[in-house]
Design a protein around this ligand. Sequence first.
Ligand SMILES: *[C@@H]1O[C@H](CO)[C@@H](O)[C@H](O)[C@H]1NC(C)=O
Length: 262
Amino acid sequence: MAHCLGPVLLLLLLLLLLGSASSAGGNRCVDAAEACTANALCQRLRTKYVAQCLGQVAHGSCPRSRCHRALRRFFSLGPQALTHALLFCPCTSPACAERRRQTFVPACAFSGLGHEPPSCLEALDACEKSLVCRPRLLAFQASCASTPSSQDRCLRDQGPRCLRTYAGLVGTAITPNYVDNTSARVAPWCDCRASGNRHEECEAFRGLFTRNRCLDGAIQSFDSQWPSILQDQLDSHHNPGQRLLQVSLQSILPVLALQSLL
Ligand SMILES: *[C@@H]1O[C@H](CO)[C@@H](O)[C@H](O)[C@H]1NC(C)=O
């Protein structure tokens, strides 16, 4: 892998995997990244998707289906406490929210490479034709639907299922993500401007993400589950072998930086 990534990309990759140095100040997305780094399985799956999703972006291309497959593997095989901590880390600052938005390297996975968003109907049609995407969308709809009797909120205990099925959409044709770094609003990379006589259908689909109080509530209540989630990781986090690895990686960073100047 190393030979096709330039030294600069490799450096970027290492920095992503290590979590940035700005952990001070209570950035919980950085805490989540560090907890993932400290867990062998989480780190391996994350290294994989970062490499797939970032690997060729520098060359102006994006191996999107491989990137998506690696992301789906991360969220289906990774330890859920850690993968969810990365995806739903509660933020009070733009720096944190920006990091959260960048969790799965959105250029390739989410938005393509800087084009205008396509119509949501295209994304929806692609999803409904896909054996991977369709059941995941149905599960998300079923789990994150708010019913009139629940006053537009998730039914009791529905929240975790809602988040699980939301995470299941990452790496599909309708991969959702945070839309900015000042809110916790989410949406797939698409809009309804050119949806013609299917405008209502388009808005209804987009609204599953943008006007879904069950989903919003589930993301917000992840906040209250947070301490126990990272508590579980404290032991592995502070084990000496891990420190050693971090130190040794940190000591090769200057070498890589030097290489990139040559
Ligand atoms: C937040 O997003 C804006 C617009 O994309 C960007 O210019 C800014 O640098 C971001 N803020 C942080 C803290 O990353």
